[in-house]
Write a new protein. Structure first.
Length: 224
């Protein structure tokens, strides 16, 4: 069984089968996880910068503060189901770029700074709000996983409007563990897959070529 198939068929580790409970857990995970991961890695990057480039460190701290305020207002909006405020404020691609800035520049234990490159092709402003929200949440969780688990040096995010929305998050890290790893699947992989399949799309996580991990999804544009 492919890893992504197992995500769908696996049993819920919390035993919570109610849609509302599952949705709430997913929203909390997807808002808090990437925001706190961004804070932790962004603060470390700022600490590394402060002695040699105080201006860049101050800029990064300002961006982290904005991101924290954004996450706080997203938390308040979970109860009314509203979209992430940053999407209305700066748009999908800039929102993802801002999140990537917080995560990149982080210097790994081996001393190598992480580089995250975000590219967009085609007109993404025409996407419906549900497609934008799913894309934003999936990319943020894939980036969180990349910085937390992969030990990657570089990561490429590519968003393409080609009649469907195609997204890819590809890293050059250690790759996903085999299915016998424990635990091999948390809320993050389930959430990414659920967000995409609910919109009629396809999602997968697979080994990168020649190394690393590739998360990809295709979402029809007509959704929403
Ligand atoms: N880019 C990646 N590189 C290496 N391993 C990865 C990557 N993405 C995911 N994984 C592996 O897949 C596992 C499951 O990811 P998932 O997002 O579901 O859970 P998690 O990140 O461990 O916890 P959480 O529920 O908070 O998201 C991770 O624990 C990790 O072992
Ligand atoms: Mg995760």
């Amino acid at each position: 069984m492919r890893r992504d198939e197992a995500v769908t068929t696996g049993t819920d580790p919390t035993g919570d089968s109610g849609l509302d409970g599952a949705r709430l857990r997913r929203e909390l995970h997807d808002v808090i996880g990437p925001a706190l991961t961004g804070m932790a890695f962004g603060l470390r990057a700022a600490r590394n910068l402060v002695g040699r480039d105080a201006e860049s460190a101050a800029r990064l701290l300002g961006q982290l503060e904005d991101e924290l305020h954004g996450a706080l207002s997203d938390l308040r909006r979970i109860t009314d189901g509203g979209p992430p405020g940053v999407l209305a404020k700066v748009g999908l691609v800039e929102a993802i770029r801002r999140h990537a800035v917080a995560l990149s520049g982080h210097v790994s234990d081996s001393g190598t700074p992480l580089r995250i490159d975000v590219q967009a092709r085609g007109n993404l402003t025409v996407l419906t709000l549900p497609v934008k929200v799913a894309t934003y949440r999936v990319v943020c969780e894939a980036l969180s996983n990349m910085v937390r688990h992969s030990r990657a040096r570089t990561c490429h995010v590519l968003l393409r409007n080609e009649g469907e929305l195609n997204l890819e998050v590809v890293d050059d890290g250690i790759g996903v563990p085999g299915r016998d790893a424990d635990p091999w699947c948390g809320v993050g992989l389930r959430s990414m897959r659920a967000r995409v399949t609910e919109l009629g799309g396809r999602w997968s996580i697979e080994p990168g070529v020649p190394v690393g991990t590739r998360v990809s999804a295709t979402i029809p544009l007509g959704t929403g």
